[in-house]
Every structure is written in structure tokens, then in C-alpha cells.
Design a protein around this ligand. Sequence first.
Ligand code: ZN
Length: 162
Amino acid sequence: MDEIRIYPDPILRKKALPIKNIEDQVKEIADRMAESMYANKGIGLAAPQIGMLSQIVVVDLGEGLRTLINPEVIEGEGESVLEEGCLSLPNIEVPVKRMEKVFVRGWNLEGKELNLELFGFPGRVYQHEIDHLNGILIIHHISRLKREILIKKMRKELSKNI
Ligand code: ZN
């Protein structure tokens, strides 16, 4: 199974490339992503988190698996702040300001265009995963000083587990 890439793995800071054709290889990556997400009890995962620079996200908010190809936040409004975690940043939570309502467009594995209108927490999860495709992590939503403190904390926790 694919290991989740952990910060500071440089791939997490790279921009994922758009998918031109939804071929078997794309479906295979999506399957591997879902497997890693469920194995780690996540609710969302982006392809760079398993080391693939492709614009694919998988999300399961308890209503079944959804795969989105080339997802984009088209527009949004309102804002809220909530603590978020990330499988690539174990043991830390970061308050992240996000839009309260978003329109997300993407394609499913059958090549059908999907337009999602999302509110609150589900919208937050998609914004988090789409950020990953642009090389942005939750720690990039806060000041450098706070980021350094959290990274130290994460490293300390990780070293305890070795
Ligand atoms: Zn994440």
C-alpha cells in the first residue's frame, strides 16, 4: 500500500498536473488513494499525498467515496475558521480560514462533469484537498512563527513514536 507522504516531503509543495484523459492509470491512482485514505481513517486525500502529481482528490464524508478529477473552486463566499488536521502533518491541528460556501467543479472517473455546491464542513474538506493540488498545506494558512512552532511540535511527537 502507498505510504502517506509526510511534511517536509518536497512533493507536497509541488503543483499537481491536470489530467488530460481519464485512462485506466488514473482509475488505478484513484483506487490507491482511496485505499490509503481509508487505511489511515482520513476523510479526504489528494494525489500528491501518495506521491503522484496528478489533479485527483478522493473524499468520503460518510456518504460514500467521491473521486474528483481536475477539481477547482469556481467561486465562494463567506468565511469561517476551524481547526483542521492533515494526514501529511501528523499530530497537529491548525486553525484555517476558509470560505463558507463554495462551488466546486470537477469530473468523475466516467468523465462526467460535476458541479458541487458545498456549505460548511464538506466545503472545507474540498478546499483543503484542492489546496494540496496547488502545493498548499494547512500550515501555509498561518504565520511563519506559528508554523515553526507547530512543525517543532510535530517533529517532537514523531520522534517519540520511532
Ligand atoms: Zn491534507
